[in-house]
Design a binder for this molecule. Structure first.
Ligand SMILES: NC(=O)c1ccc[n+]([C@@H]2O[C@H](COP(=O)([O-])OP(=O)(O)OC[C@H]3O[C@@H](n4cnc5c(N)ncnc54)[C@H](O)[C@@H]3O)[C@@H](O)[C@H]2O)c1
Length: 330
């Protein structure tokens, strides 16, 4: 039975130590990015190396016995899996929480801006299977999401840049007013997160297709991520350029809007990099996309205007053609 979801992220200006003191430590298993090893005094913690390798199904199989061991003596109803880390830790912890004892509570404490603005919200969990990214997963909403300003503010600049791709995506899709105060990430966080929940609450399990709009920029991003060692945020930034250019080429986006949106991306850490992909790899990577429909058609998110998306089925070959025209192939 699918549950209705009710989530209110908790915005905390205080230190993480204070948030941790409020949690029932004896019934929490903390899955923590190893960059925070020995930072806090946690009773039952597993420190993990963040990144795509953590999300490998083989790593899941390796770590699960340790997690089960840590859960000994805690009743299923009391057990909490607490993720402290970026999107990779959150995706992994989410999958653990959704499968351990057929599902236990999940608490997300994102430590990257990307996780704070996007991946910690919406209930998507994910594992990778070899080169196939995010192909295994479930929907498992966090019971609580704590956004701790002091912790988030520590991040290096490259992680801030990554988050801007998802923030600009939300601005382009539904919240153009974000662009008016784009420099102040903490103040735009609630708006960007709320915009995501406006999709998630209406289509929590991606049944109606509405939530597909959140995929803006992601189809090309996934092709790129498989080919080049780019972070998710950087790849989405490039994917937004691709979606804008294709929307303009198809005549969906007004001619004067495309350069305006491209300038916004360029000015906010995501200039077009012009990375090349061999044509056969482009098509092979595309065919793995989770949004692939029958007959090699995929759901592609175009833009018609700032604040207005258009989702359409397109043939994979048609996307390849545009990639060629836009000089993305080699
Ligand atoms: N579930 C979803 O809805 C969803 C949405 C978007 C992205 N994602 C997933 O999120 C992942 C990307 O997330 P991410 O960019 O947060 O990556 P990440 O978790 O791999 O973290 C990136 C790097 O930052 C380091 N780090 C984390 N917090 C830090 C901090 N406060 N200070 C210094 N370094 C810190 C990590 O150790 C790592 O090296 C991808 O796997 C992507 O597929 C999931």
């Amino acid at each position: 039975m699918k549950r209705a979801i009710e989530i209110a992220p908790v915005y905390e200006a205080k230190e993480l130590a204070e948030v941790l003191a409020e949690l029932p430590q004896d019934s929490c298993i903390f899955l923590v990015d190893e960059v925070f090893r020995s930072r806090w005094n946690l009773q039952k913690a597993l420190y993990c190396k963040a990144g795509e390798s953590l999300k490998q199904v083989t790593t899941f199989a390796e770590l699960m016995p340790k997690i089960i061991e840590l859960s000994a003596g805690i009743g299923k109803k009391d057990l909490n899996i607490v993720a402290i880390g970026g999107g990779s830790i959150g995706d992994f912890a989410g999958f653990v929480a959704s499968t351990l004892k057929r599902g236990v509570r999940l608490i997300q404490i994102p430590t990257t801006w990307l996780a704070a603005v996007d991946s910690a919200h919406g209930g998507k969990t994910a594992l990778n299977c070899g080169a196939y990214k995010n192909q295994i997963g479930s929907f498992h909403q966090a019971e609580k999401i704590y956004l701790v300003k002091d912790l988030l503010a520590e991040q290096p600049q490259n992680l801030l840049e990554d988050a801007y791709a998802e923030i600009l995506k939300m601005a382009f899709l539904k919240e153009p007013q974000i662009l008016e105060q784009v420099d102040d990430i903490w103040s735009i966080l609630p708006q960007a997160i709320q915009a995501k929940y406006n999709y998630v609450l209406r289509d929590p399990f991606e049944d109606s297709g509405l939530r597909t709009e959140l995929n803006l920029g992601h189809t090309y991003a996934h092709v790129l991520e498989l080919e080049h060692q780019l972070s998710h945020g950087k790849a989405v930034g490039q994917g937004l350029h691709f979606a804008i250019a294709w929307s303009a080429a198809k005549g969906y986006l007004k001619n004067e809007s495309a350069p305006q949106l491209q300038t916004i991306l360029n000015d906010n850490y995501h200039p077009w990099m012009g990375l090349k992909i061999p044509a056969q790899n482009f098509l092979a990577n595309l065919l793995q996309d989770k949004k692939m429909q029958k007959d090699k058609q995929l759901r592609f998110v175009f833009l018609e205007d700032l604040g207005k998306a258009r989702v359409e089925n397109v043939a994979a070959e048609e996307m390849l053609e545009f990639a060629k025209e836009w000089q993305c192939l080699c």
